[in-house]
Structures are given as structure tokens and as C-alpha cells.
Design a binder for this molecule. Sequence first.
Ligand code: MEV
Length: 324
Amino acid sequence: MKKRIDVSAPGKLMLFGEHSVMYGHPCIVTAVNQRIRVSLESTRKELLEIEAPDVGIVGYKKKLEFLGKKEPKEVRFLEGAVKNFFKEFKVRSGVKINTKSEFSSEFGFGSSSAVTVAVLKGLSILFKKKLSQKTLFDLSYKTVLDIQGTGSGFDLAAAIWGGTLLFVRGGKTITPLKVKRLPLVVGYTGIKADTPTLVRQVAGLYKDYPNLIKRTFEAIAFITREAKVTLIKGDLKKIGDLMNLNQGLLDVLGVNTLELSRLIWAARKGGAYGAKLSGAGGGDCMLALASEKNRSKVEKAIEDAGGKVLKVQAQTEGVKVKKI
Ligand code: MEV
């Protein structure tokens, strides 16, 4: 009997602590209700077959012995996940994978991480291998590091656990936070940022100004710990203040841009409690925190400043499986 497994995993938004998380400090991330959907079937062919029309991959076929070799960049994470799963669990089988994304890979919502998590979770069900959330994280993290060479893994944790999490690099700490409300407004700059380049840029600054940048990371960590308590309390005014403070320090790290600044200041002027960039910087998205009353004013201000408002809800469910 042919069995198909459908899995979905959410994208993410970094709330506090980007970059400093790369240096062992905590960050706070939330999962968003924009998901990557993946369906998997085992086949009798000695092939990995992929249909990923969102990223222009149609009718892709790869012999199992060549997995992870000379693959197009659009399927690197997917193929890496299959390869690592087969190696880890000593499985060898043909597999057909279809992917569909509810969001563009341009937004910086973490499509590569979400696809990695969804594929590994799907394979574990398809081939009946027990995979705890932590083992799923570890295997996903290995896959991302194999391909990207860098990253804290916070986006994988969001894709697996969902909700809002306090996270320390490599999954040393993954603590779900009980946050009552998180009324975010998300603005996209229209510019695709390259995370590894920005991480290297900050590392360069750290090398040139070690004392200053070390203290900057520590100050961001202080804000992140304050934010943890404040998010749980639900004090929106103070969360907004902390977002603004974090943004100032991201400016110190040199990852802010004129386009991000425009949207951030427009949101603040439009009545947001606070606003900051989210993720590596250099483009992608900014976040604002706004009351229900001010929400449409803030959205309009972002659009007027040249941004695209993305309708997302925070704190969504992590990876989910549906058996057919
Ligand atoms: C990128 O979205 C956030 C960084 O902290 C990198 C990472 O944590 O993987 C810059």
C-alpha cells in the first residue's frame, strides 16, 4: 500500500537577541503562521524525486548514491536532510518529496530551516524511526551546518517547538515562554538579506573592536533577559521600549540599513510601542508592536514608507504531521 505523509513546519521571526546569540547569549524567537508544507512517499526507484515549484524545481531526480553532490541551491537543504537521515538511520529507499510554501523565501522567515525540519520529521514517520524533538533538532542543526557552515539554530527550534522560545545557540537552552499577546506588525523591505554575509561582517567588527562589541553583545543579552520577563507579564509598552533599545544596538553592530530604518521610524511615528529589525539585518523584515487601536495606522505608515506589510500571527504551532 502506498503511504503518503504530509508534514508542515512554520516560519519564524526573531524578536530579541539576533547576532549576540551567535556568541553564546540568549535570543527570543516566535513561530509564525506561514508554513512550509511537505509531502513524502517512499518509492521502489533508487531515486530522490523532488517537486518544488515555488522555487522553480520541477521533475528533479537524483540517484541515491549521489545525494548531496552537485545539487542546485534550491534543494540543498532538502537533499542534505534526506542524506543525513539515511546515514543516521541506515535507511536506503527511493523517496518522492513535494514542497509548497505559504511564504516567499525572500522574506527571511527561515524557509530552509522549516523545510529541513519538515523533511526530517516526515522521513522519521515514513520509515518508522523514533525521533525526539531534541534529536530532530540535532539532526536538523547538523544538516544546516553542513550546508551553511554557520547559524545558531534558533529558526530550527521555532520550526520544531513553535510558540515563543528563549533559545541559546546549538539548542543548549530551548525554553517555551508563556506569552499572552504579541500583536506584531511585520514590514518587508523588499531587499533579500544574506545571513552568512552579515554574520561574517559582525565577526569582522568584533575582531576590530573586541571590547566595544563584546559589551554590545552583553547589553543585547541584558535586554533579551528583560524581554523574557516582560513578554510573560504582557507589558506591551515596556516590550516596545526594549525593541527600540535592541534596535539601537543592532545599529552599533552595523546591520541596520536605510530601508529598515525608514520602516522602523514610520512605525514608531505611526504609534507603535516600539520597532526593530528582525533577523540578520541588511534587509528582510522589521517588526513593530502595536495596540489594536493603532494597528492600521502603523500598517499604513509602513506601506507609505515603501514597505510591504505581511499579515502574520506570532506563536503558531511547531512541526505537524498529517497521515493520509
Ligand atoms: C539571523 O536571522 C539571526 C542571526 O543571529 C544568525 C543566527 O542566529 O543563526 C544573525
